[in-house]
Design a protein around this ligand. Sequence first.
Ligand code: NAD
Length: 262
Amino acid sequence: MKPLSNKVALVTGSTSGIGLSMARAFAHAGAEVVMNGFGDPAEIEKLREEIAESAKVPVHFIPADLSKGADAQMLVKQTIAICKRVDILVNNAGIQHVASIPDFPEEKWDAVIAINLSSAFHTSKIALADMQTRGWGRVINVASAHGLVASVNKSAYVAAKHGIIGLTKVTALENAKSYITCNAICPGWVDTPLVRKQIEARAAAQGITVDAATKQLVGEKQPSERFVTPEHLAELALFLCSEAGGSVTGSSYVMDGGWTAQ
Ligand code: NAD
């Protein structure tokens, strides 16, 4: 028996970056996994097959656009229809948009709030009802250091990430007497496509190399001057799904190379 044998884990936004790493870690810990996210269908199928074959567990892919509440709820309903249950829900899908408030396009504000915050309400609404029938579950909300502190030009992202920490606490309290926990994970800089776009924009704006822009971006906020890795974040998610993790609820775990200690 592996630690997550007989568990079903749904990870939103798991075609890339942090979510992909968590989906892989859950599968190798024995869980049946549902992946979700955007991307080239052939690439996604390759990833799904690779994880299923190497971990020897069923791995499914269910497409859903999490900017739409109905699609987010349908994602969980389809997971339950296919896998008969959902034990672990990771609300990970996220996007970024960088601009000062006067220049921030309204549609970008709406999209960031919908994907980074409201989708977690919609998926949790369906998943919690299912978890409550068994009295066991794990909800992990991927927030950010920006769930605890702010930066300029990230109004929607910072608002959504602060909001998801609030949602995490309410979810934890509503389920505290059962064995259903809800916690937030707050990463610092992680080298994923979401951050690459910011690095490339910085390099272009300042006329510097991508390497110089990377050093500048990480060094400004993160005292370790190193990226946090998706694999380390996946280890933290595995801990939160463990038996010992059952005593942790309503918390925000930072893994940020010292960012929020300053
Ligand atoms: P990423 O761009 O590699 O992955 C984002 C995932 O979300 C992808 O699978 C993408 O397809 C999916 N996605 C985006 N919009 C979607 C939509 N409308 N519907 C369904 N799926 C959608 O980025 P990442 O860095 O791995 O980000 C994952 C989470 O981690 C996000 O919530 C992000 O805010 C958070 N985070 C990232 C960092 C970082 O430095 N990379 C730091 C702190 C927090």
